[in-house]
Every structure is written in structure tokens, then in C-alpha cells.
Design a protein around this ligand. Structure first.
Ligand code: NAG
Ligand code: NAG
Ligand code: NAG
Ligand code: NAG
Ligand code: NAG
Length: 452
């Protein structure tokens, strides 16, 4: 078990949420007068582009004291939200205001749901909603168009973008979405029933018989490092040897009645009811998302002899040991491995299984449902399979498997230090990057990927 614990960092999630508003007259001013006062743009220069970064915009109250767990606020003053610099902006002559919010999906401060108004869950999503409201009121001062906002993200950023697209609370705040490698249907990052995580939290802090309000009082008095420690303990305690357990993720949040919940029901039920804003979407995943598991081949023997742990927990509970669950596990194993066992030799099959379970299915299924319900706006559904000079994650972490890993598409959209001295490369990689940037920026500008 000790050995398995060491693989608990398998699923680090990269988050990029990006909000882009169109139409700009190429403002070069360094001070912008907004409804919340003057904000100063820091001039950022990089090899590829120059732009202004506006940090610490006061769009929400800081969540301190009694507001902890009730609202969420990212303190941007010690980071640089535009530090990546968007490659596609550099390809264009005009200036497009872009806001990037680096967020992580997991964590108690952003997602604790105690089923009470003071800790309702989904605070991290509410935080983005507040930022989007600020953008509605103020993006015009930066030369942007508040009726033409694109919201996009990758991995947990994709999960959040997808949840916000379905949320009645964010209706009208953005008009196009880009969802890469993650949707709100992923069973590991969306919990329909928050009470299970509440119980695990109570067990971990030895407050089994306390009320949720007592738990809140206890947690509010702790320091931030203590809160992070508790989250780590829960994750270690409930790690099943295969996939990290995340206790604090997107949930059906508490309905305080004032504004209604962020997610009134299961995201799938919202899609089925067809009661949400249809908008143009780019959505997809990479061909070999699962090869990011390469560094964790040491768990394959364990998974092989405990195969039931791969069955998604939204089908059967984590502790369920029923014959029905075991039969499901055997069916999955036959489908991906035939009569073979999991081992280094069948890693490719294992990676395919993880890609399908964690990314492909949760992307493909809602798109099909949207198709059946006569979705009224274009859906650009992609599978990114480029294996070239800019595959971000793969090159960064040294994976040797063929294909495009999770987050490999980033290197074809953004300028990063990793590739600072890597260009120009072979024609294939450079053409791929040019096309990717072209398609994505066409979408942001015109709402379609290919020029009409
Ligand atoms: C944000 O971070 C800065 C720098 O770490 C700190 O000075 C400031 O007090 C923080 N603001 C809030 C609201 O926490
Ligand atoms: C659509 O969703 C909104 C927000 O949740 C709700 O108020 C409304 O009643 C729903 N409409 C229908 C027809 O279900
Ligand atoms: C399988 O891969 C793991 C991790 O790379 C390594 O420790 C182990 O020795 C390999 N086993 C075999 C049989 O090659
Ligand atoms: C979609 O449109 C078709 C043809 O107009 C119609 O028959 C069908 O009932 C619609 N489906 C839904 C779910 O509205
Ligand atoms: C957004 O801007 C583009 C380019 O100006 C335009 O073609 C498109 O119609 C706009 N979309 C909306 C929803 O206004």
C-alpha cells in the first residue's frame, strides 16, 4: 500500500480558463478607466508578442473571515495571469482583450459543499461568474465587445467551462465556448451527492457526529495550510490504488434561493432537458490522453488483480463489491485486453481504456445528446492526434508512447518557455501549429473554424 500511496500524484490537473472578447480598436493606453476605477496595465514583452496585463482587478470581495467557503476569490496579485502570452494573439494584427484565470478545480476553499448556505459548493464556479459579470460591465473600456465573449479551458478548465455553459447562473455572460479534454460529466470531478464527501471529511477530522455547521465553525478557524493538510489526508485515506480521489469538486450546490444554484441538477439532465443556452462550441480531446500514465506503470499489477476499481464510481459506488459490479469489470477488461493481463506489454490498451473512461466518453456522449436534441449552433468536434515537435506534456514529462497525450495541444496554441528555443521546427509541426492557431482564432473572431 505504501508503494501505491506514492502514486497519488498521478492526476495533477492543468487548468487554463480563458475568456476572450472580440472586436478591438487596438488600445495602447496603460491606464484604463473602468466602472471599478482606473486599472493599470503592465506592459509585458516576450519574444513573440507584447501586451498589457491587468492584475488584481477587484471583481469580488476576498473570502476572509465569515466569507471563507461562502465565496471564492483568486488573488492574482502574486501571479501573472497572462504570463503564457497567447500565440494566436500574436498571429493577428489587431489586439484582442483576453483574460486568463489560472484556477484549480479541486480544493476545499473553492468547492467545499456542506449543504448549507455558508458553504454551498461550487464557489470556484461562482468566482468565474463574478469575473464574467465584471467583464460584461467593463470589457468595452478595453475595446472588447460584451456580446461576443468566448470562454474556454483545458482539462479542469474544460470541466469548468462545460459546467458554466449549462448553468442558469451564467446564462448570457458568454457566447461561445472552447472545451478541451474535460467536461462536467467526468465522474471523478463531479459529485452528484455531496454527502458522501462530507462523511469522508467528518471521518478524517474525527467529527463523525457533528452537525455540518459545527464542521464549518471548526474549518473556518483553521489556517490555510491546515485546510490543505486535511484535503491531503482525505485523498490518501480514500485512494484506491488506481485513481486519485478528489473530495472537493463540482457538485449540485446548495440552493440559497436568492440566485438559485449554479447547477440545479445533474449536467446530463440539463443537457437532456435542453434548457440551457445553445452556443457555438469547439470541443474535443487528444488521441492518446492516457499515455500520461506512463510514469505509473508500477501500479499495473495491482490494478490487474483488483480490476473492479476501474469501474466508474457513478455506475457503482467505490465500496460496492456486488457481483453486478464485478461482471461490469470483467466486461470492460475483455473489451480492452481480450484474454491478456495488464502489464507493461499492454500499456497501450490500458492508456486507451483510461482515455475513453476519463475523456472520450464524457465528451462524445453529451455531443450526441445535443445532436439528438436539435442543437441550434455549430459544434466543432475534434480529436487532436498530432505527434510532433510541440507536444507540450509529452515532451515536458518525457513520455515515449506514440500519439498525443493529455495537454499536448497546448504547445500548438500557446507560446511557452518549454519551446522558447525550439523553433522553427519541421514543416509538419509548424504547419500543424499554424492551422491550430488559425482555427481557434477564427472561432474566437467569427464563431466558425474554417473561413466561409
Ligand atoms: C493578495 O496577495 C498579496 C500579495 O501576496 C497580498 O499582499 C494581499 O493582501 C492579498 N490580498 C488578499 C485580498 O488576500
Ligand atoms: C429552465 O431552467 C431555469 C433555470 O433553472 C428554470 O427556472 C426554468 O423553470 C426551466 N424551464 C423549464 C421549461 O424547465
Ligand atoms: C514495467 O515498468 C515499470 C515502470 O517503468 C518498471 O519498474 C518495471 O520493471 C517494468 N516491468 C517489466 C516486466 O518490464
Ligand atoms: C428534432 O427535430 C426533428 C425534426 O424536426 C423532430 O422530429 C424531433 O422531435 C426533434 N427532437 C427533439 C429532441 O426535439
Ligand atoms: C462576434 O463577432 C464576429 C466578428 O465581428 C461576428 O461575425 C459575430 O456575428 C459576432 N457574434 C455575436 C454573437 O455578436
Amino acid at each position: 500500500m505504501e508503494e501505491l500511496m506514492r502514486s497519488k500524484h498521478i492526476f495533477t490537473i492543468a487548468t487554463v480558463i480563458l475568456v476572450i472578447s472580440m472586436r478591438s480598436n487596438g488600445h495602447e493606453d496603460i491606464i484604463v478607466n473602468t466602472q471599478s476605477g482606473n486599472v493599470r496595465g503592465l506592459r509585458i514583452t516576450s519574444k513573440i508578442s507584447n501586451f498589457y496585463a491587468f492584475l488584481s482587478i477587484p471583481y469580488a470581495k476576498p473570502p476572509v473571515g465569515d466569507l471563507r467557503f461562502k465565496i471564492y476569490f483568486v488573488n492574482h496579485s502574486h501571479r501573472n495571469p497572462l504570463s503564457l502570452g497567447m500565440k494566436c494573439m500574436t498571429e493577428q494584427k489587431k489586439v484582442y482583450p483576453a483574460l486568463s484565470i489560472p484556477l484549480t478545480l479541486m480544493g476545499m476553499l473553492g468547492y467545499l459543499n456542506l449543504d448549507i448556505e455558508e458553504a454551498p459548493g461550487n464557489m470556484g464556479l461562482m468566482d468565474v461568474i463574478e469575473a464574467l459579470k465584471w467583464i460584461q460591465k467593463n470589457i468595452g473600456y478595453f475595446g472588447g465587445d460584451p456580446t461576443n465573449i468566448t470562454l474556454g479551458g483545458l482539462s479542469s478548465g474544460g470541466i469548468m467551462t462545460h459546467a458554466l455553459m449549462l448553468s442558469p447562473r451564467s446564462a448570457g455572460l458568454f457566447h461561445k465556448v472552447i472545451i478541451q479534454s474535460g467536461t462536467s460529466l467526468g465522474y471523478r470531478f463531479y459529485h452528484e451527492d455531496a454527502s458522501k464527501a462530507i462523511n469522508k471529511l467528518k471521518e478524517t477530522i474525527n467529527m463523525d457526529s457533528s452537525s455540518n455547521h459545527e464542521v464549518l465553525t471548526y474549518l473556518r478557524a483553521l489556517s490555510i495550510p491546515d485546510i490543505i493538510e486535511i484535503t491531503k489526508s482525505i485523498k490518501e485515506r480514500y485512494h484506491d490504488g488506481y485513481a486519485q480521489y478528489y473530495p472537493f469538486v463540482i457538485t449540485n450546490d446548495f440552493d440559497s434561493k436568492a440566485e438559485g444554484p449554479v447547477l440545479p441538477k445533474h449536467p446530463l439532465d440539463i443537457i437532456r432537458s435542453n434548457n440551457y443556452t445553445h452556443m457555438p462550441m469547439i470541443i474535443g480531446y487528444t488521441s492518446n490522453e492516457g499515455i500520461r500514465l506512463e510514469p505509473y506503470m508500477n501500479i499495473l499489477d495491482f490494478v490487474n488483480s483488483n480490476f473492479h476499481i476501474v469501474v466508474p464510481t457513478d455506475l457503482f459506488d467505490i465500496d460496492d463489491m456486488s457481483e453486478q459490479k464485478m461482471e461490469t469489470a470483467r466486461t470492460i477488461k475483455r473489451f480492452y485486453f481480450g484474454n491478456k493481463d495488464l502489464s507493461n506489454e499492454t500499456f497501450a490498451e490500458y492508456a486507451n481504456m483510461c482515455r475513453d473512461s476519463w475523456y472520450a466518453h464524457i465528451t462524445d456522449y453529451p455531443i450526441r445528446l445535443q445532436g439528438y436534441s436539435n442543437y441550434t449552433r455549430p459544434i466543432y468536434y475534434y480529436i487532436f492526434g498530432i505527434d510532433g515537435a510541440y507536444n507540450y506534456q509529452k515532451i515536458k514529462d518525457g513520455y515515449t508512447s506514440l500519439g498525443a497525450s493529455h495537454a499536448d495541444d497546448l504547445g500548438y496554441m500557446w507560446h511557452t518557455d518549454l519551446f522558447a528555443n525550439t523553433e522553427p521546427q519541421d514543416d509538419f509541426s509548424d504547419i500543424a501549429r499554424e492551422r491550430m492557431v488559425k482555427m481557434w482564432s477564427n472561432f474566437v473572431k467569427q464563431g466558425y473554424v474554417f473561413k466561409k
